[in-house]
Design a protein around this ligand. Sequence first.
Ligand SMILES: [Zn+2]
Length: 297
Amino acid sequence: MIERRQEDEMLRMTLMGGQVRVMLCETTAMCQRAADIHGATPVCTAAMGRLMTATAMLGVMMKGERESVTVTIKGGGPMGTLVAVANHGDVKVCADDSRVQLPLRADGKLDVGGAVGREGRMSVVKDLGLREPYIGQCELVSGEIAMDFANYFTVSEQQPSLVALGVLTSGDAVLKAGGLLLQPMPGCPDEVIDQLELRSPMFADISREMTFACKEQLAEDWFRGMQPELLERTPLRYHCGCSRERMEKALISLGRRELESLIAEDRGAELGCHFCHSRYAFTTGELQELLQRATRD
Ligand SMILES: [Zn+2]
């Protein structure tokens, strides 16, 4: 029996003695935080929540302390571009427009694919610290995000994967959110893959399942007889990490010309963070200091 915990968390597990890699997470609080920060409508909360949940899986897979992953989805839908960044268990998200409203689909579900758009690209950039970044790109297949990630893993990382993502909302409230990733390792017998496919309807509606049982219980139910083994737990949270210092660097990176014209306008500058909506104001005097630093460097 796996010990039960309530907070947002990623469980890294294996099945069948390591033949299948499993990531199972709850992300309810994280998705609620994103919805609150961005004043998101339910369909946008679902889109951003699914993207954050899948990005958290990629983040937790990365080993180095300073490594992070950025996933960008441009689907041509009314939400515009969606970006999620994960630094291990710290995740953040933003979208061009998080207030898009769309009618429910014929099956009564939120139209995430309609909000994100179905034609475009998804890119994954893994910042590997001192090494060259890894960049993977693929076409979107549905805009519903789970299928898009499954396609990304298969096409770009040559790793066949089953991905389930869910964000269950009621008005502005996120009732439950979470995700599951299953990856058969090379040499995994077909019988094991068949078993997982046979069981896949059980985890198709993962956020609803989570309203009935905690993730630990679900793992036991879903993977009964498949030797589920817990390797690691990683706490997950919405965390931005922006700072005045980073904004100064962003201003400096605008270059001398741009800084000089801001100083000449003499109205200071205000920068807003897309991920947490913090605002950073700079006076003309402070901009002059930054210009001096830019000239020095
Ligand atoms: Zn921020």
